[in-house]
Design a protein around this ligand. Sequence first.
Ligand SMILES: [Fe+2]
Ligand SMILES: [Fe+2]
Length: 474
Amino acid sequence: MRDHGDYESYRGIPPLAGLCSMARAVDGTWDLDQSLRRLKRLHYVLKRLHETLTAKITAEPIYELKTAFSYHAYLCAEQVSLIRRRVGEMREPPLGLDVIPDPALERLMDEVIAAPSTPDLLAGIYGVVLPAACDACRRLQTDAHPLADAPTVRVAKLIAFELQDVVTFGTEALRCLDDDSTQADREPWIGHLNRCLQAAGQLDGVEASDESVPEPWHSAQPYQYDKEPRRDERFRDPYNAGVNPEVFLYDEQFSAQDKTLMMYYKRLREIDVPEMMASILVELRDEEPWEFHMEMSRQLWDEARHAMMGEVGFVALGIDWRTIPINFTWSRNLNLQLDARQRHGVLFFIEQNLMPRNGKRYEWEVANESGDPLSALFQDFDWADEVLHAQIGRRWYVPRYKTLKEALDYGDDCWSKVLSHWKSYRDQGLTQHHNWWPELYAKACQIWGKDPDPRALEFQATYEDTRADLAKLD
Ligand SMILES: [Fe+2]
Ligand SMILES: [Fe+2]
């Protein structure tokens, strides 16, 4: 081979647009099939991770994990989309993206989703699968030809970059939940997961392997999605529907500042939307194309962000949100009483109704008027996100119906069908629907250094006969 050491670029400017050295570029050991093979294996694992994280949102009780799963599922969806686009550029179709690339990778992902406990799940995802994905991305970054296959290198780089923070979070979360005995109990299963990777010749298949695919362990009992929402112990009295914040929000006699409190509550309560949306994604997994899952995952993540904005709002005010009953009966009732299409209808109906003047714009105006810059900031972005969600609904929900009106009516009907169980939850002793508002409001007034508005103190509208859109229940 010739020595290229004497090659000179113009006045020493880095050659090849800075992609790599000339010495690296003249190396011809790479080809398109290898690139595709590795990308498809990574695609398979990230898609399964997206499914796994999404499926765990609903029944995972710990709020910090619910929100993190929402985020990480969204990141995986973005990464899957990046890879799909790149694969589509490389002389295929058929793209073959639905083919399982390796039975050992399938076993690995079947095992992880079947993890019997939250720490096991975290150890499987953040301790085994994601580090393996990062390694595969780094190898792809160095092995792919930096010039000829530059778009693949970019994809691998971006994914590895994003996944690093995800692994850090998961490792830290596991450390917080784990103790020595749970760790020791888990060791054999973690070894099993690593044997799956070995049998696959690693995630990207670069190592030779003559090992057979390990037998199912936890996945001997196939994973079943649990659609009943669960919350951790900080969520006290979650069946409480004794305060209707929408009635307060739209009542002109109350001040903008007082309404910011209700808006922070409404934001935090939105953690019920990821719980519900996850059920749509799980149940329509095979019925809808990837783009549906991609966009709905973005929306799901936005709703988790909205909940965290509410959490931040209370922290900024110096109010302990654990003292407020954060209701979960909306996601619970929808998940247990409706099918996925019906739930999607309800979601679209609610979000479409947030668009007219008395919806998200109104909340933003109230926040602006309140003099609370944090509330104004959050409502500004909340509004922008909801505009996006209405568009996502128009793309993926409305076309199933003849007209927009028919689509809206269907959602409205489905929502009307949902039994709120207001009385029965009370009769079963699950809640007393205690009116938590006056106490919270008095506390906030103390912090604000003002006298409570006596009319606001007396507020006592509930959800007993009124929906969140103020429609009357029969
Ligand atoms: Fe939202
Ligand atoms: Fe939304």
